[in-house]
Design a protein around this ligand. Structure first.
Ligand code: GLN
Length: 326
């Protein structure tokens, strides 16, 4: 007789069937290669901090990570340079503007608002250290490998597609170079940014990456450290306030979980000290977020009481904090 199905698996199977018929949303087409995605592809994966994996749908389907990479490269920059240096080049303010907006850069701050929008992400990427472009790319791939737990690859056709059409990103990079927010060679920094966006992952990889953030930076499957634990709070803070584009405020209000989405249709969400969640479904809403992904996360948040302000009752931790400090 087979083992009884775990209740979480049964719940995910039902959630998948609930949203599978949803046909709203459009594929991203401003990066020509992304328009070739299969709109029916849909998967959900949850990985716990003790390494259990629950998945449903085409969880092996590969896609490019796109903006979700911004989270991890931000962590790498924090680890390499420390918070003060990174803050001098990239802020932590939500914009309320689309992810590819250029307007605020020139009009207001000169410094990109936060590392989750394109301008801030390009500035963050330009901070990555290395002796030459190959060394920087290899160091970045090593970082991603630690989060994912196996070898990683870049989708060359998506990379080339973005590289030849990403004029808005190029314009932002030049503006930031003008304002002294980027010191590096512009073309090299942009190539590295397009490469990080073209990293190939599947839904399960994303959930392991999320679980690594939930697990204070240690991959719960391999036991390898991907990022120093002291960087986790900073990473999750910007995910919470800025991770869902110009939907970030409503997301914080309704779902209440640090998360990041990408235009290929992925959403990665972190429940600190508990689980990592990933959803993949390419059709996007007007803000650039996966339509099915938003629905799934809303349901999970309500069902499992995941909103950050639904913390369990009790004051013992608060009262003991000073006692535990010298
Ligand atoms: N590579 C994409 C871009 O730079 C990433 C955007 C996204 O996923 N929101 O436009």
């Amino acid at each position: 007789m087979g083992e009884a199905e775990h209740p979480l698996q049964a719940y995910l199977d039902a959630l998948y069937l609930k949203y599978k018929p949803l046909s709203e949303g459009k594929l991203a087409s401003y990066i020509p290669e992304l328009a070739k995605a299969d709109p029916d592809c849909f998967s959900i994966c949850i990985v716990t901090v003790d390494g259990q994996i629950f998945e449903v749908g085409n969880a092996d389907q590969l896609f490019t990570i796109q903006s979700i990479s911004k989270v991890f490269v931000y962590g790498m920059a924090l680890a390499e340079h420390g918070r003060e240096k990174v803050l001098s080049k990239v802020g932590v303010e939500p914009t309320g503007d689309p992810f590819n907006s250029i307007i605020r850069l020139d009009e207001y701050s000169k410094r990109p608002d936060n590392p989750m929008v394109n301008a801030g992400a390009i500035a963050t990427t330009s901070l990555i250290q290395g002796t030459d472009p190959t060394d920087r790319l290899n160091r970045m791939l090593d970082m991603f490998r630690n989060y994912i737990g196996h070898d990683v690859y870049i989708d060359m056709s998506v990379f080339m597609s973005e590289r030849s059409t990403g004029h808005r990103n190029r314009a932002m990079a030049h503006l930031m170079r003008h304002f002294g927010m980027i010191d590096a060679n512009i073309d090299e920094a942009l190539d590295l940014y397009f490469q990080q966006c073209s990293l190939m992952v599947n839904c399960c990889d994303l959930a392991v990456m999320a679980a690594t953030l939930a697990n204070k930076g240690v991959n719960p499957i391999t036991g390898d450290r991907a990022v120093p634990s002291h960087c986790i709070r900073d990473i999750l803070s910007v995910m919470y306030t800025c991770g869902m584009y110009n939907y970030a405020g409503q997301w914080a209000y309704q779902v209440g979980i640090p998360a990041k989405s990408g235009v290929s249709g992925g959403i990665l969400a972190v429940i600190p000290n508990q689980v990592g969640i990933a959803v993949f479904s390419p059709p996007l809403d007007a803000n650039g977020n996966s339509v099915r992904g938003i629905k799934v996360c809303e349901d999970l948040s309500h069902q499992f009481e995941l909103h950050m302000f639904d913390l369990p009752m009790g004051c013992s931790h608060f009262l003991q904090t000073l006692e535990n400090k010298p």
